[in-house]
Structures are given as structure tokens and as C-alpha cells.
Design a protein around this ligand. Structure first.
Ligand code: SF4
Length: 502
């Protein structure tokens, strides 16, 4: 396993092309705009060496028997799925932010399970290749970016009907050595400080879109790959080093996303895990999406713990912590946070083995969890802003606080209770401002898929016909016509909640 220092050193050896403000960065890891995200990812390496967190942060490779970082493992049990959620909440409590490494973790597990099923059904050799790749990732403790979302252009058209065929990632040629890819992947969490990316299709595909059914591994600094770093709300505060104004100067907000462009990138066959099997594209997307939606009650639970704590402290600093409606709002924040966490735990405890032996979450509960995140985080953050007060949006900068001319006024007029230093009140206000605003909210809405994507899965997984059958039996109605059976008793033959998908 790598520790954090070794992780950062290994990034420096890469030739990752990162563009920011239209310019190529010389040392991306050291740039003020990227450094907080590197710090957050770094924690996933350092914590693996902490005796306190070792059980959550490490696993034993089922392929080699080696001790590995859990972020490179394949789930071997429901206990592994549960530990994943607990690990994410723990790290999020420390960072208050996204530590990025889960996307690749989920891609590893999704491709592992689907490549096995492809080989069994089609006689391909993708799974064997993938196992070799996985051992390399595990033994070298590499950070992998999961690469799913294509730019998609006109959303009403399938990949092959777009006016520009590159709007979905596609194979442009292949020979006996490998394939050549062209296109882009959007919203790439942690890509600029990863070692590898795992490309997957972005949606279910029809047979005519064969060129778009591709899964493969590519180093982030492969020839032909470049990354254009995305902006975030208030990110320019990092550039002048505002120690208070950044809110979370150490770990930043959200994951540090980029648009990754692949301009005719060669991938050798040993790193290709799907090529043209359109019938498996939808399954791979669903597996990956469900694994990633499982996470959100963990990581957002941890982030919400920090937001709740910040709101409670600001209530104290403002002298209102004993007011009954403030207490009640904090209780509501706790309720919503634990509801999110419950969903992540539930879909993990209800996990099942796939044909490959790797465990998969309950997809219905995983999608419920993420759907709740698209609502509850907004409510948690709304309550935090309500408790904090309007000054989180009107506070002067830390340079005003330090100013010889006006610093005295800032200290005088931004004071709360006299026992709390003004700077502490300002720090907490900035933390709430940044954790509950702009980019953080949008990430909760669209990260791991937009709300409608979860609703499609809910409709598919929820066995509405089974629910109708339950109602029919209780109402005493025969199944094949509207004739009543004269009693409301079950015949105990229906499966009800025992059925897969309920
Ligand atoms: Fe992990 Fe959460 Fe970030 Fe997704 S949003 S990569 S689950 S920390």
C-alpha cells in the first residue's frame, strides 16, 4: 500500500496534462486550485496506515491474499459493503468534502462482475484480463477515476445519430494490437490527481451503436489525453490564499472535476474489457450506478455531520443555542442525515452475490438513497443557513479582518457572544457558506446520476405488479377478471416481499 506522501510523489512522476484558465499547468498537484482535492484524496491513503481505521480502510485481496487499500478491493460479502459505507462516512467527517476515490472503486467492482457474466455468456476473455489489471491496481495502490458520463450533445438522439459522433466516447479503429478511442468524459471527479481511468459506456445501447460499447483502462497521462479543470463557486478565493474565506481551505468543496478529452488514444487489448457488446452496456451502467448511489448516505452523511456541527456552533456563537426552534432545526438535520445513512446501510445489508462471487448492493434501496440525497441535502443545508443567519452571505473578507484601517470595525460589528473570538465566528460562517452553497448543492443533485435516472430504476426495480397482487388478494378480487373471491385471505402462494425487486 502507498501512504499519502508516496501517493503525492507518484502523481508528480506522471505527465498529466491539466488545463486551467486556458493554460497548461506545470505542476498540477501543487496548484492552489487543485491542492485541496489532492489533500482529500491523500487522506484515503494515509488512513489505511492508521491502526484505528485499519479495519475500515483495508481489505485482503481475494486474488492475491495481500493486504490492500479498501478502495481497490472487490466486495466479498455484505460486511464489505457495510464497511465501505462506514469508511465513506468516516472520511467525509474528516474532510467535509469529496475524497474522489469511490468512483474508481465502484467502476472496479462493476466491471469485475459484468466482465465475468460476459465471458460466461459470450466466451470472451474480458474477465481474465480484468483480473490481471486489478492485481496491478491493488499491488501498486493506484487511484482510479471512474469515467462514465459522456457529453451527450442532443439528449433526444442516440450516440450514432448525433451531428458530431464524438459526443459519445467511441472506438474509431482497431487492429491486432488494440483499439483507438475518441471522445470525452464529463464531470470527471478526481481525474487530475488519479493514476488511471476506467472508461465505461454512459447508457444502454442498441446494436447499431456498437462503436460506443467500450470499457477499458487508460493512464490519465496517456498520449492524446488532456483534462480541462472545472470551476466551482468561490474557487478564486484559493488563489489569493484567503485562510478564512475559503471555508474549508484544507480539503475544498466537492471533488475537483474536469472534462477529459481523448483524441485518438491507443488502448492495448489487455486493457480492454468490453468492445462492441452492446447488450451488456446497460447492465454495466446499472451496476456502476447502484454501487455509486450506495455511497451517498455514507459520504453525504459525513458531510452533513459537519454541516450540523457547524450550525450548532454558530447557534452558540450567536447566543441562540437554547432557543427551542433552533434546537428543533438541529434535530431535523440529524433526522435527515441518519435517514440518508440508513438507506446506504440497508442496501448494503441487503446485498447479494453476483455470478462472479462479488457482492452487489440492493439496487432499489441504493437508488432510493441517492434520490433522498437530491432532496434531504437541500433541506439540511437550508436549515444550516437558517440557523447561521444572513451574515454568511455578507461577511467581509479575511483581509478586511486583518486591515489596520477597518479590521477594528470588523471585529467590533461582527461579534457574537463575547466569549467567542470574532475570527472563530467568521471561520464557522465561511464553512457553512461554502458547504451549503452553489457547487456543493449541485453535486448532491447530479452526482451519481440525476434524479430522473434514479426514478427510472425505482420503476424498474419495484415490482408494481406484485404490489397490485397484494392489494387484489386483500380486497378479495380474482386475478384474471374482476370477480371477487369472496374473502380477503391470502392463499400464501404469492411471493410478495420475498420476490427479487419486491
Ligand atoms: Fe465518494 Fe461521495 Fe465523492 Fe462520490 S461524492 S466520489 S461517493 S466522496
Amino acid at each position: 500500500m502507498k501512504n499519502g506522501r508516496e501517493y503525492v510523489d507518484s502523481l508528480r512522476k506522471l505527465n498529466t496534462k491539466v488545463y486551467l484558465f486556458g493554460e497548461l499547468l506545470e505542476d498540477p498537484c501543487e496548484h492552489a486550485m487543485l491542492r485541496p482535492h489532492v489533500n482529500a484524496a491523500r487522506l484515503t491513503f494515509d488512513l489505511a496506515f492508521s491502526p484505528r481505521y485499519e479495519d475500515l480502510m483495508t481489505a485482503v485481496s481475494h486474488l492475491t491474499g495481500h493486504k490492500i487499500n479498501r478502495f481497490t478491493s472487490i466486495h466479498q460479502s455484505c460486511d464489505d459493503l457495510v464497511k465501505k459505507v462506514k469508511m465513506l462516512r468516516t472520511i467525509a467527517q474528516m474532510t467535509g468534502s469529496c475524497f474522489q476515490r469511490c468512483v474508481g472503486f465502484d467502476a472496479l467492482n462493476a466491471i469485475y462482475t459484468v466482465s465475468y457474466e460476459m465471458d460466461k455468456a459470450l466466451g470472451t476473455s474480458y474477465h481474465r484480463r480484468f483480473r490481471d489489471y486489478l492485481v496491478r491496481i491493488q499491488d501498486n495502490d493506484l487511484m482510479v477515476a471512474g469515467s462514465m458520463t459522456d457529453p451527450k450533445g442532443d439528449r433526444s438522439l442516440p450516440p450514432g445519430k448525433q451531428s458530431d459522433p464524438d459526443l459519445y466516447m467511441r472506438v474509431v479503429s482497431e487492429d491486432e494490437k488494440g483499439i483507438v478511442l475518441r471522445g470525452a468524459k464529463a464531470h470527471m471527479t478526481g481525474i487530475v490527481n488519479s493514476h488511471e481511468m476506467l472508461i465505461m459506456p454512459t447508457a444502454a445501447l442498441s446494436p447499431e451503436d456498437k462503436a460506443y460499447a467500450v470499457a477499458c483502462a487508460i493512464p490519465v497521462d496517456a498520449p492524446g489525453v488532456l483534462h480541462i479543470f472545472g470551476r466551482q463557486t468561490n474557487d478564486e478565493r484559493r488563489l489569493y490564499g484567503g485562510r478564512i474565506d475559503q471555508g474549508n481551505a484544507q480539503y475544498g468543496i466537492v471533488g475537483g472535476e474536469a472534462l477529459t478529452v481523448l483524441e485518438d488514444v491507443f488502448v492495448p487489448w489487455e486493457n480492454v474489457f468490453m468492445c462492441g457488446e452492446t447488450q451488456y452496456a446497460g447492465l454495466l451502467v446499472e451496476r456502476f450506478a447502484s454501487y455509486h448511489r450506495q455511497n451517498y448516505g455514507g459520504c453525504k452523511g459525513g458531510v452533513s455531520d459537519v454541516v450540523t456541527g457547524a450550525a450548532a456552533l454558530l447557534a452558540e456563537y450567536n447566543g441562540v443555542s437554547k432557543v427551542s426552534h433552533i434546537k428543533d432545526k438541529l434535530i431535523e438535520m440529524i433526522l435527515l442525515t441518519e435517514t440518508l445513512y440508513s438507506g446506504s446501510l440497508a442496501c448494503s445489508y441487503e446485498g447479494k452475490p453476483t455470478a462472479s462471487g462479488a457482492y452487489f448492493v440492493d439496487p432499489l434501496l441504493a437508488n432510493v438513497t441517492k434520490q433522498n440525497v437530491t432532496r434531504y441535502i437541500y433541506e439540511i443545508d437550508r436549515l444550516a443557513q437558517d440557523i447561521a443567519g444572513g451574515f454568511i452571505a455578507t461577511l467581509p473578507s479575511d483581509r478586511d479582518l486583518d486591515s489596520r484601517e477597518v479590521g477594528g470595525y470588523v471585529r467590533k460589528y461582527f461579534a457574537g457572544v463575547s466569549s467567542v473570538p470574532v475570527e472563530d465566528r467568521m471561520r464557522m460562517a465561511r464553512l457553512v457558506e461554502n458547504m451549503t452553497g452553489g457547487t456543493a448543492l449541485v453535486e448532491s443533485m447530479h452526482g451519481a446520476g440525476s434524479p430522473q435516472a434514479q426514478r427510472v430504476m425505482l420503476a424498474r426495480q419495484a415490482n408494481l405488479e406484485g404490489k397490485k397482487e397484494l392489494a387484489r388478494i386483500l380486497a378479495g378480487i380474482q386475478k384474471n377478471n374482476s370477480e371477487t373471491c369472496g374473502r380477503g385471505l391470502h392463499n400464501f402462494e404469492h411471493k410478495g416481499y420475498e420476490k427479487e425487486g419486491r
